[in-house]
Write a protein of this length. Sequence first.
Lengths: 344, 278
Amino acid sequence: MYRLFQSPLQAAWLLSSLLALALSISLTQGAVPLSVIQVYGTLIGILDDAYAQLVVIDIRLPRVILGCIVGAGLAIAGAAMQGLFRNPLADPGLVGVSSGAALAAVMIIVLGGTWLKQWTSFWGYFALPMAAFLGGLLVTAIIYRVSTRNGRTDVALMLLAGIAINAIAGAATGIMTYFASDEELRSLTFWTMGSLASANWTDVALSGFPILLACGLLPMFARPLNAFLMGENVTRHSGFDVKRMKRIVISLTALAVGAAVAVSGVIGFVGLVAPHLVRLLVGPDHRWVLPMSAVMGALLVVVSDMFARLVLSPAELPIGLMMAAFGGPFFLWLLLQQRARVGF
Amino acid sequence: MGLFSYGYYYSNEHVWGFNMLAAHNISLTLSGQTILKEVSFEAPEGALVAIMGPNGAGKSSLLKVLSGDFPTTLDQVALNGKRLSHWTDAALAQFRAVMPQSVQLNFAFTVEEVIEAGIRHPMPIAKRKAHILEMLAMFDVGHLHNRNYLTLSGGEQQRVQLARVLAQLEATSASETKYLLLDECTSSLDLSHQHQVFRVLKEWISTRRAGVVVVLHDLNLAAQYANAILLMDQGCVVEQGAVRDVLKPKTLSDVYRYPVQVIEHPAGWPLVIADVSA
């Protein structure tokens, strides 16, 4: 048999336990040395230590939770996109959705006070996440439009369009750096490299709502997505409303990616690697792939972020860098294994 | 099989052709290329109709028109007396299933998951599993139910797809006459499995209120199993009717541009052979 787990439920339990373990370890690690007792004493409220309180409740806890949210959002978006494009290569980062969202965010940072003043005053605190969402949505729509003909997705076209969009977004982001002040420039670097370092409870609330929405709604489209893997016409003839499914899945994907990018910048590879790993465990059935990718993505981001904090402690690496440094070789290794398998 | 022989116009919703799949005066042009020209078609309940003709004759396009894949021709196709545009996808799926010529799949579904993915109708898990296994067994692929679909041979994949479309229709007890539209569903099958498939289809038609439309290349399979043949060439209907009336040496030689003889098989059906001596 070609799957690591015969029972998807077992795999789901394993992943959830690993995530819980990663979360509890991650809370004890950081630049400030705190003992396990200090951390958990503060967390459950039996220890009255103002300093530990500050570090654990206001810095570490929002950071790991944000890591979970962002990872889940990127991974479930990746899984849904791969279903929609009927191809395991579709990834929000690779096809330019993340960079589209990041460009929109960067535009708000740099031009928010001048050209885009109306936008920022209308949306207030939501100006940036809203822009990131629209940027992501626009790119997803363009990619889908360019690469799909007569209900078939041309993978080469999709990747080429992704390269073009990444180039355009990169150039536009580069141009923005010329207009940016010093402070804005630091923000820009944050968007392009990806980081959870500035995590706070506002970010958690801001990204939590849209990503939980996506995680809640996307699995409802698991069955049409399963049929969709055999083609658009097969899905329609099986009785699913394809147009509606595509519209909603594209919007939710863009929403999740936009929300993730809005609070953490561009973190690549999660959307590509997490669903792939889940398929190795339980196969391509979206009823399992979608929710389990979310858990897997959370796990990957929480673990990478922990290492990003530890490797050069007390300084820290951007998590995007971390993800690429470890995710890249790991993914290559996976692809080598793939040669012995048939299908994704 | 003249058009309008089974039903009558009487309202906008009920158009023509009760208990049949019918298409009226279909013309189709794709990027400047005429694909179909004034094609009319009907497949009544209880019949197996074969669409035949040389490569590029427009057989698959006609089947796509009949399955509603082209938005422009939706109003010229009627299913059980109502235009295709009248039905929702969900309603159609209960009594009409379509098997395309090829299914592109990149992901490693098991055979069972392939069948399940095509059934929208909710079923209790235990019943669903039994249903799927039963359908697979009908096409002699029951033993493969737990295999990676992508590791199957072309013929095995084809039989799994046949099981998928039949499973889709057998999952519901819709009161409508049911139809299977199959595009070259036996092209990769060996001799015995080709006949097995057609025996299953004939059996299905005779025990259900159902009709089958197949795009087919093998003239002798059609001669043996079809109730009617639609012979096409260059987007037009050349001949349409009972097997004996269509399978004539002159017609076939003209359409296929190759000398063809038709002799009588002892069991009583026309046997078509390419005339190598010519």
